[in-house]
Write a protein that binds this ligand. Structure first.
Ligand code: SAM
Ligand code: SF4
Length: 327
């Protein structure tokens, strides 16, 4: 599939639920209102829609949320989509998770055909972790990561860089990743949805966040890509690769290959725009036949780039949170 700017679109991210068992401060407000269940696609509907996207040329799917592993029967969806990995019609099925439920699900993921997952881990200090996530338990996530590794999953750690909260932890996190066989991706905080704080207070450009790493190690860019927006670096003397996702300080939209399906059945062609195509009604009325025309319309309207700013007091770029669209 080509979009209106000639970019090849072969990567679909699906938010399987907007709900979550954590309330990370940069992602959600403390009193989040979640979608009524009747507005959310069933797992069977998600599988059928995703299969149509695969037939149109999607080669990689990432399941996300909210927290995908809190959705009941999530395994049925993973198995349905994993069949396409086994028969070669999909190159990769991956997952982004906060890790709290991983210890129970790691085996199921491997059986389904998942080989690599991203786990969000913003701090290795139990108190800071609990503060950022509003009550999360670090030990539970570390146990989940260990279980995933034991089950044979390759784990990449995602860390959102937050000024004054975890800026002193970038180097220790990289060393933890090196010691445990993970790559590390740092992410700049993006202005998506209202939260309780002002994001500008916490925004930390990544060239600044990695200064302690540069002080200690040589880093060099590599061509390695995982299909997402991260640019990777090798760090001299360490096994862990360092990925940087810089939507604010260094725009990467020219290489965008992604579209997103939300748990409400909407296609968003850009994380940072409100424009979307509502698939759910057409799908419920006409089945898969209704999908193709809407998909073509979505491709034609994919914006050239997002336009994020994290300025003091500025409104978010979108009213929806990352958890609705799927990170
Ligand atoms: N709950 C899962 C998790 O935390 O990994 C999956 C969903 S979460 C929305 C996906 C990724 O988006 C996580 O790595 C999270 O840290 C990141 N994220 C959430 N809100 C963000 C924001 N406003 N800016 C940057 N990254 C954000
Ligand atoms: Fe939940 Fe992930 Fe958002 Fe944290 S970042 S609140 S774990 S959806």
């Amino acid at each position: 599939m080509l979009d209106g700017h000639g970019r090849l679109i072969d990567y679909l991210r699906i938010s399987v639920t907007d709900r979550c068992d954590l309330r990370c401060r940069y992602c959600m407000s403390e009193t989040m209102q979640f979608l009524p269940r009747r507005e959310v696609l069933t797992l069977e509907e998600i599988a059928v829609i995703a299969e149509r996207f695969i037939a149109r040329g999607v080669r990689k799917i990432r399941l996300s949320g909210g927290e995908p592993l809190v959705r009941r029967d999530f395994g049925a969806l993973a198995r349905a989509l994993g069949r396409h990995v086994h028969d070669g019609t999909l190159d990769e099925l991956t997952l982004t998770t906060n890790g709290t439920q991983l210890a129970h699900h790691a085996g199921m993921l491997v059986e389904a055909g998942v080989r690599r997952i991203n786990v969000s881990l913003d701090s290795l200090d139990p108190a800071t972790f609990a503060y950022i996530t509003r009550g999360g338990e670090l030990e539970q996530v570390l146990a989940g990561i260990a279980a995933a590794r034991q089950a044979g999953l390759k784990v990449k750690i995602n860390m959102v860089a937050l000024r004054g909260l975890n800026d002193g932890e970038v180097l220790p996190m990289l060393q933890y990743c090196d010691a445990n066989g993970h790559d590390l991706t740092l992410i700049e905080t993006m202005p998506l949805g209202e939260i309780d704080d002002d994001r500008s207070d916490r925004y930390l450009p990544l060239h600044e966040a990695i200064m302690p790493v540069r002080d200690m190690y040589d880093i060099a860019p590599v061509t390695y890509r995982t299909g997402g927006p991260a640019r990777y670096f090798v760090v001299s003397g360490l096994d862990a690769r360092l990925g940087l996702i810089t939507p604010l300080s260094d725009n990467f939209c020219a290489g965008c290959n992604r579209m997103r399906l939300t748990c409400q059945g909407r296609i968003y062609m850009c994380l940072g725009h409100e424009d979307h195509i509502d698939l759910k009604a057409a799908f419920r009325e006409h089945g898969v036949d209704g999908i193709d025309t809407l998909l073509d319309r979505a491709l034609a309207t994919k914006p050239k780039a997002h336009d994020f700013h994290v300025d003091k007091g500025a409104a978010p770029a979108t009213r929806r949170h990352m958890s609705v669209t799927g990170g």
